[in-house]
Design a protein around this ligand. Sequence first.
Ligand code: DX5
Ligand code: ZN
Length: 230
Amino acid sequence: MRNVRDLAFDKITVAPSILAADFGSLNAEIKRVTDAGADLLHLDIMDGHFVPNLTMGPPLLKSIRQASDLIFDTHLMISDPLKFSPIFIEAGADHITFHTEAESDPAEVIKVIKSHGATAGLSVKPGTPVEDVYPYLDDIEMVLIMTVEPGFGGQSFMADMMSKITALREEIRRRKLQVHIEVDGGVAASTIESVARAGGNMVVAGTSVFRHPQSAKQGVAELHAASKYL
Ligand code: DX5
Ligand code: ZN
C-alpha cells in the first residue's frame, strides 16, 4: 500500500518533482529517480489561473501510474481543488496537497480527499501565514511550505521561510500530532541543512535531482544526508 503515513519522520524523505524531467521520456525519467532512491514522486499540477503556468492533467497521471509504484505526491496549484481532487485520485494520486489560498473551503476539500481514499496536505504560499493551516492539522497528513512563489521550477530558495517551519514543527509537537512538513522550491545540497534544522522532514527536489550535474542518485543522496540535522 502506498501511503505517506508509512514514511519515517526521523529521516529526510525526497520527492523528485517531474516538472524538471524530460517530458518526452517521462517513464524513463521516473525510473531514473526511482533507481536513484526517491521516496515518493512529486507531481506539480497547475491550471494557468491559480498560478501563471500550465503543466499536466489527469490523463498524464493515469499513464505514468501504469509504470510506477512510487507514492504519487500530487501538488494541486489550482483554483478549484474541491472539484478536481477526486478526479486526480481516480487517475492514481495517493496523496493530494492543495492550497489554503484556493477558492474551495479547506475542510470540505479534506473531507472529499479522505472519502476517496487518499491522504491530504495543505500548502501555503510564501506570503501566507503558516497559522492558516493550524485549524486543519488534526485532519491532514502533511503541510507543504512553499519556499518559492508557486508556478515554476528552478527558482531560488527563500531562506526567510524557515521561521514558518520552526513554528509549525513546534505546534505539531505541542499537539502531539504526526504530520509531515514538506518543503518545496529551490531545495538543494546548499539549502537542505537549514530545512532539516527547522524541522522539515520531506523535501521536493526538481532541479537538484533531475538536473544534478553528476547523477540523480548523487542528488538524492545529498538530500538524504541531511537527516542528521533533523
Ligand atoms: C513550484 C513547484 C515545485 C517545483 C520545484 O511551483 O511547486 O515543486 O517543481 O522545483 P525546484 O526544485 O527546481 O525548485
Ligand atoms: Zn510542488
